[in-house]
Design a protein around this ligand. Sequence first.
Ligand code: DGJ
Length: 733
Amino acid sequence: MGIRNDLETGLITLHTAHTSYQMWADGLGVVHHLYYGPSIGEADLRCLEFRSDCGFSPQPAGLDMQRDYSLDTLCQEYTGSGVGDYRIGCLRLAAGDGSRIADLRFAGAEILPGKYELPGLPAAFDNGGECETLRLTLRDPVTGLTVILLYGVYEAADVITRAALLENGGTAPIQLEKAASACLDIPFGEWELIHFHGRHCMERQPERAPLLHAVQTIRSARGASSHQHNPFAILAAPHTTEDAGECLGAMLVYSGNFKIECELSQMHSTRLVAGISDDDFCWTLNPGERFAAPEVLFSYSAAGLGLLSRQYHHFLQHNIIRSVWRDRPRPVLINNWEATYMDFDARRIWDIARQAKELGVEMLVLDDGWFGSRVDDRSGLGDWECNEEKLGCTLDQLIGRVREMGLLFGLWIEPEMVSPGTALYAAHPEWVLAAPGRSPATGRSQLVLDMGRPDVVEYLYQVFHRLLASHDISYIKWDMNRNMTDVFSHALPAGRQGEAFHRYMLGLYDLLGRLTRDFPEVLLEGCAGGGGRFDAGMLAYCPQIWCSDDTDPIHRIKIQYGTSFGYPPAAMGSHVSASPNHQTGRSTLLSTRATVAMAGAFGYELDLQKLTDEEKDLVRVQIQQYKALQPLLLEGRYDRLTDALADTCFTAWQFTAPDKSRAVVSLVVIDPQANPWPIHLRLKGLDPAARYRESLTQHIYTGAALCHAGLTLPIMQGDYPALQIMIERMDTE
Ligand code: DGJ
């Protein structure tokens, strides 16, 4: 187990509980990738390497007669630049003399206890004895560029993290035009790419297609990981299903512009390169300086996509989310956004709070519109003083009354933005991203602050530190409502403008890091117009992220389904909203809305006073149900029981306790049928020998029967009815 480095052969093998990853530094110093897959014990897989004299694939200097050796055909751990590998690469650079070449050769390997850290970037951590680090050094002899490849081997979690540090050990500046985090060169096999595309209000929809002999790129150039693409991709063997077959994932711990590129090569090997997008990127690395490329989380499953997802869920919950809230039950909240939008005063908020408290809600979240001149979405961002005239009282008075009612208080902020017309913009027009001589484009009528500037970050730190230190605030919703344009930083010289996007992210992480360290007890919910920045980078600071601005439960099923391939349900903010739904106009039952919202960090976002007495009683019950189910959500196993995007009449999912003592199965009819087919479901992950009582009929089944024979459910018709079925293990007699 752990990391094996055979100094004699140059063979390095990383072992996790169920996987092995093997590489080899040859006599020339080229580091070959040999294998990533199920455990292979002590095997030496160099014998599997395919060598052939491949036409038009050049030989490194000195090997002109060794025609079967070419960087163009070898599988490698990290590629250089301009030395005869024509596939997608990790590196592009311009050295001091204008040359664009880096020939990376092995310069040492070290095994270190614990987990490496990445300066300025979020990364996985070790809770104690979980991880070992491999530090592999590659060097280009001419420029002095050193690339340190970092591997974090999490044995029990079956996760291997990777990152790269690029150091200029030469005497002239190097312009880095591309600096990927990792390359995974898979020598053999057929692979399909699964990625998660979408749009505002329909994020992370899985799409699966065979890899082509062409470059397939998933990317964001928006300055955020984005609604449109997610920095997570899966390679799956063609027949891999939820429960069987090979697949591996690559997830970036990064929230800005990214690229995940895949290419099926001329030799039929598959290359995946992941990292910061090289579009609009150029970083000057002066002698002695170091650049950290963000982390990638790799995980492999030989037993289908379900296991791969569970490996990511567990890893993100335990090794990425740092918040003290990661294992704590989250308070059931009421958010006023869809109840009032920006049309409220303190009395209206107190009415909502009073009603919510009466029904069992635990926290009131005051959303957008409480500050500055914020009466609509065209104004006010940046002036973070409470609008006492609008509220009719001070912020403390508003909070005080909510607290007296016995509720916690949460507040919405959008720190990274500024509205034109605010005092902040008037005082610091140079703080926004905008190029000289041009009026910047707006999005939602707002401008983007240049978070790459230390003075901007310091200012925002002071403002929000003061806000949190001087008010009784238990929760913050950190929103971000536009993508970037006109990315020019007034703090950077002309030759360094290619750094602005990434410096923004470093500034954002710095601010998030400082505030979460200062206020560890504040529950931070990430948000970017819903799920526009739902990634492992943000999860390092926010234990939950508002999953989508689309709260229609029938759409949410699809969004939460897609999100669940990489991200834990406990991290998905999910609320019961009004019917008809404000985004789609669709009417659904209150019970259906709650069933869907209970698959995430649960809350309400509607005018509770408009509910009938019967509905209010139902809300009381729902809150108690959710509180009883929360341990399953936080620590349990999550299974997708159906493909929510397939043309089926219902969709279902299951949470199971780690000790398999109980499970809850949720099912929603998304297309009620005339002359219906049976609704039949096979459960997952139960103890085959144990006996379980099923709550719908009170019948008793073995776990094996529930998983293999399944359940046939009653005919369900009407407007999207839902069911929650409790499965309880009977005490052993
Ligand atoms: C976008 C968020 O996703 C919404 O929930 C809400 O907070 C609005 N912004 C407020 O402007």
